[in-house]
Every structure is written in C-alpha cells, then in structure tokens.
Design a protein around this ligand. Sequence first.
Ligand code: FE2
Ligand code: FE2
Length: 323
Amino acid sequence: MDQPTNHTIEDQFQARIDAEERIEPKDWMPEAYRKTLIRQISQHAHSEIVGMLPEGNWITRAPSLRRKVALLAKVQDEAGHGLYLYSAAETLGAERDELLEELITGKAKYSSIFNYPTLTWADIGAIGWLVDGAAIMNQVPLCRCSYGPYARAMVRVCKEESFHQRQGYEIMLTLARGTATQKQMAQDALNRWWWPSLMMFGPNDADSKHTAQSMAWKIKRFTNDELRQRFVDITVPQAEFLGLTVPDPSLRLNEETGHYEFGEINWDEFWQVVKGEGPCNRQRLKARRKAHEEGAWVRDAALAYAEKRRKRKEAAAAKTQVA
Ligand SMILES: [Fe+2]
Ligand SMILES: [Fe+2]
C-alpha cells in the first residue's frame, strides 16, 4: 500500500509542526495560526510594558542604592522584553501602531496580575519571586514554540527573568530574616500576591478555549493546569525556606503523587480583573496613555529624521547617476 501523502497545504504545515520544524515569517501558515500568535505575542508584549508600572512605582523609594540599581535594571529589562515581542508580532504582519492603540484604548488584554497595587517594598520582593517565577514557568516552554521569532525572543527573555526571580527572592529572604515587622511585611506581601500569581496561568483547562489548538500547533507545550501545578510544587518549599506561610488552608502535600494539592482559585475575581474591574486597571491604562501622548514628539522626531535621511540618500544616488 502507498504511504499516505499530505495533500493539502494545511496538512503539510501540520506535518512540519509535528516534525518539530520551526515556522518562519515567510513560510505559509494558516490564518488562524497567524491570528493566534499575534494575539498571544501582543498580549505578552503589553504585559511586559504594563508590568513596568507597579514596580516603577518603587524605584525612587528602594531602600538602598544596591536595591535601586537592581530594580532599575529589572524594569528596564521588561521594557526590552516588550520591544522584542512587539518586533516578533510585526514579523506576522501586525502593525505596532495598531497594537499600541489597542492597548491604550483598553481593547487588548494583558496579564491581570499587573492590575494589583504595590503597597510596600516587600511587594517588589514578592513580585520578583512569584510573578517573575510564574512568568518563567510559562515562558521556558515557549523557547520551543513552533514559531521561530517568538521562540528565539524567549531564550533571552528567560535568562533575564531568572535574574528577576532571584532578586525578588533575595529581597524576601532579607525581610524574612530581618525584624519582626520586616518579616510581617514579607508575609503580608505573600498573602496578597499568592492567589493572583496562581491566576497568571489562566483559566482551568476545562475552561480554556484556546488550549487544544495551541497545543496541536506547538505554540503551547503544557496546559494551564500543568504549569500551575509545577509552579505550586516548586514555590511552596521556597516559602517554607523563608519561614512564611502560603495563604491557603487547603494546601497539603500528597505523599503518593508528590504534588501539592491546593484550594480553589477565586475565578470571579479573576474574570472581574480581566474585564477591567481590578483594583488598578484604570490607573494602569491612564499611565500608559499619558506616556504614549507625552512620547508623541519622540516618534514624530524619529519619523522626520528617517524621512530626512531617505531624501538625502535619494539626492546622493541621483547625483551619482548624473556623474
Ligand atoms: Fe519580562
Ligand atoms: Fe521579569
């Protein structure tokens, strides 16, 4: 009997994915694959950019020069992550102007975690430890995403995220070993950031409408629940090492499976924040809009400069032709 052949272009595309080949910008791809990636990559880019806001809030108030330098570097890294990711989205035909427009008009989504406030310095520790920790869990498998530019961007991003996670954990460790008040600050930050961090992995698998297709396309390698479980398993012992208590009375280690069982996430809160009703959604968008408006002159100047260079080049080329 003849070997089955891949008749349609869609079959050939899926065969390449199944063979672990990378899809590159000029390759044929189904429209739905392109759209899914633009949505995911742009949401990711927006998250990096909006994620600068809660931490930027503490740059001027960092408790020492060393902490200030590390936090500045981290926040600057996040800007870089946003820029790689907008560039990766552009390779799929998305226009950066349009993506930014969707962000500042509130049409686009970004990670709901950044709609929570940073009330004390300990929050900077908790964010680095938990939020960047959860981001690493999500992003390491993306280094093997089927779309080349996204996968390659993730390699560098993940290296930087691990620095972020460590600087956060080190802040927590210092506070946890400090005075009783400092330890209480660390505990309070863990109390407020734990559940939103678990929400970062998205809805349960049963309620996640994009998961199956994204797994088939090898954009995603693990489901939301698998990644969330892995995060809990790794993070709970870290909390124990700090001498802090994870705010979940249902949390317990299942000796048989070796995994931690944990309580139910407050999905009402999750959806409320996703829909724009979180504690800081309005504040975040307002800050982004203000930055966009105040940066207009920079974009105008860059465009004018590019136009001037183009004209100069044209004039030089015309001169050579005449000569
Ligand atoms: Fe980042
Ligand atoms: Fe980060």
